[in-house]
Design a protein around this ligand. Sequence first.
Ligand code: SF4
Length: 364
Amino acid sequence: MKVTFPHIGYCSIPIRSLLADLGHEVIVPPPISRKTISLGTRHGPEFACYPLKLGLGNFIEALEMGADTLLMGGGVGPCRFGYYAQVQQDILRSLGYQFRMLIIEPPLGHAREFVEAARELKGEKSWAALVGAGRLALAKLGALDEIQRASLRLRPRARDKGDFSRLYQEAHAAQDAAASVKEVREARDRALEGMESLPRLPGIPPKVALVGEVYLLAEPAANLRIEERLGDLGVEVCREVWISHWLHVNILLDFLRLHRQEKVEKLARPDLQSFVGGHGQHSVGDTRRAIREGYAGVIHVYPFTCTPEIVARGIMEKLAAREGMPLTCFSLDEHSGEGGFQTRLEAFVDILGQRDKEAEGHGG
Ligand code: SF4
């Protein structure tokens, strides 16, 4: 089969590796561009979540390149992710495309469907081959996360941001090319050493917590490259929501039927007691963590119309006002422009700088 999948940041690297190792012809959609956004918004329902529209755009571009099988995640819970696959499927069929959609449902409550999807994915290969391909893909995802964490810490400190970007892109290309877990680790170590060894600026950058909806946090084209922009503005970004963690909780722990309450949910409890869907509880919990750990500020990103994050935002705004924590919220969609976004980020970073000066003045 000629299989494709929607982009979620650098996750396309491990997903491509998994599918190629299972012997499939993989059609990676082109990186998300204005054309992708325009296709997704033209054919998607107006008030659908932005990630649904971007995924739809990815699928249309991949189908035009010859894909015949679409791989998509399923979901359960109070928000709309569980409907994405069905809605996208209906729209694509109404546009006349012929394809098969393979939906990976979360194992909790769908164990049989999960195993069936895994069986289809492995095709003629053995279960051992599936485990081997999965192990390599997870090693790549873990390495890419480590590289990303290092980049969040080191980009604001790097003297030459252009050199840093070049190393970062080379690190991703090396992960894409790695053919074994050993090669993945070697490439990761080389990338980390390279980033650590770049000449640095003096001083300690302010730390900001970046919280919000998981897709928007993971996909630079959807979040207007917020992590890179903040790094270039000299701000260290701390993020707790990662796709690898989401997979660990929603696939592995669910499959093993292990207790999955996360620390951050407990942290959110004084202000938000119940699950509101998506990562709403995480956004509140991570804001409380940022306050407790003395961060300089909190930035919240979420898709326009994302209900869990709208609930979280109301709570976070009260919490931040009560605790004197600078907070800025970005609700993003196809209409979000880079110019206004950059200006708002710069203004927020200026506020952090002024607070530092005031604190120094009070200290002196
Ligand atoms: S978390 Fe938000 S963006 Fe994601 S499916 Fe739910 S409502 Fe939509």
